[in-house]
Write a protein that binds this ligand. Structure first.
Ligand code: NDP
Ligand code: GDP
Length: 334
């Protein structure tokens, strides 16, 4: 039974990856950091199947101790300060966690378990101000936030450990991926939560920033399969993981409100406080390499993703679903 060590196991992807690896027969060990109240909401259903160990990406010795003790076959570094606006407010913390944290973990693996296979959670935010469409593994990087810059450092340090020490380190350049477990501050979840509450008459308005930003949104459970496949390859390398379709925040609003029979224009208002000092206008990925080498395909398209998220938030709010949802009129991918 192989052993996987997952940092960020309490996050969206960590919980889905843990589920996936447990179903494959792995022993799964998750890293959690010390907080005054233990927040393991996304893991409640797995707590009797995963082992949790304490460590922090800010603390080298704790990471070294965990890797030495667990002796993992595969290490998935999913932990990060992952929210772009917070990275503008806390750029140093973001660098310490998201950038240097990856180095600390790589150092721990290099010292205590150098044969372990290593996955780094890279991000399409590294492309930022894009210079070609769609974005591939060869597209130049131009990050637009301290988060994007920190992820780019972590990306290159993983490449560097692969080239310098022969470690089996791979980065997945994952485009945005969402689910009912997405953090509540990300735009898709803000929309699905608000749509559910507005449909129930609990709220009337949703205040958003840039409605014209376009993202390549996929479904998180699909994306964790790609992480695992990368570590099963004979040779480590980096892969773009994306659906190949791009939609605007406005498209997401339109589809989500339409799913409960409402018109987004009646409920969405502009909130300048949600604008960023610099934003990423457009992302769309080309996952051809992953298709060919990993045999990876996404299974959930944009409209299905919207429906999954809105339905889950309706259920969460304890609501019966609306009787006659109006069909969406969103166009195809650009
Ligand atoms: P989340 O924000 O949901 O989870 C982040 C995780 O990191 C949490 O478990 C959090 O723990 C942990 N963490 C934060 N700081 C530390 C620290 N100092 N020490 C140890 N653990 C820490 O992210 P996602 O699951 O959405 O994403 C997973 C990874 O993939 C992240 O690195 C993210 O940046 C990256 N990524 C995500 C994309 C997406 O669309 N979701 C796209 C591309 C990349 P706690 O619960 O204690 O806060
Ligand atoms: P990101 O791609 O990692 O930054 O994911 P987010 O879900 O946080 O943001 C995606 C896009 O939605 C960005 O271009 C934001 O500017 C835009 N956006 C518009 N309104 C909002 C909002 O109220 N909250 C968030 N988080 N993003 C918003």
């Amino acid at each position: 039974m192989p052993t996987a060590l997952i940092t960020g196991i309490t996050g969206q992807d960590g919980s889905y990856l843990a589920e996936y690896l447990l179903d494959l027969g792995y022993r799964v060990v998750g890293v959690t950091r010390r907080t005054s109240s233990a927040i393991t909401d996304r893991l409640t259903h797995l707590l009797d199947r995963v082992e949790l160990v304490g460590a922090d990406l800010l603390d080298q010795s704790s990471l070294l101790a965990v890797v030495s003790c667990v002796q993992p076959d595969e290490v998935y570094n999913l932990a990060a300060q992952s929210f772009v606006p917070a990275s503008f407010q806390q750029p140093i913390l973001t660098g310490e966690t998201t950038a240097l944290g990856a180095t600390r973990l790589l150092e721990a693996v290099r010292m205590a378990r150098p044969d372990a296979r290593f996955y780094q959670a890279s991000s399409s935010e590294m492309f930022g101000h894009v210079t070609e469409m769609p974005q591939t593994e060869g597209t130049p990087f131009h990050p637009r936030s301290p988060y994007g810059v920190a992820k780019l450092y972590a990306h290159w340090i993983a490449v560097n450990y692969r080239e310098s020490y022969g470690m089996h380190a791979s980065s997945g350049i994952l485009f945005n991926h969402e689910s009912p477990r997405r953090g509540p501050e990300f735009v898709t979840r803000r929309i699905s939560t608000a749509v559910a509450r507005i449909a129930l008459g609990l709220e009337r308005e949703l205040a958003l920033g840039n409605l014209d930003a376009r993202r390549d949104w996929g479904y998180a459970p699909d994306y964790v399969r790609a992480m695992h496949r990368m570590l099963q390859q004979a040779e480590p390398r980096d892969y773009v993981i994306a659906t190949g379709a791009t939609h605007s925040v406005r498209d997401f609003c339109e589809a989500a409100f339409a799913h409960v029979g409402l018109d987004y224009a009646d409920h969405v208002v502009f909130d300048p406080a949600q604008l960023r000092p610099a934003d990423v206008d457009l992302l769309v990925g080309d996952a051809s390499l992953a298709r060919v080498e990993l045999g990876w395909e996404p299974t959930v398209d944009f409209l299905e993703l919207v429906r999954i998220m809105v339905d889950a938030d309706l259920d969460l709010a304890g609501a019966a679903r609306p009787v006659r949802p109006r069909p969406s009129t969103i166009g195809a991918a650009g």
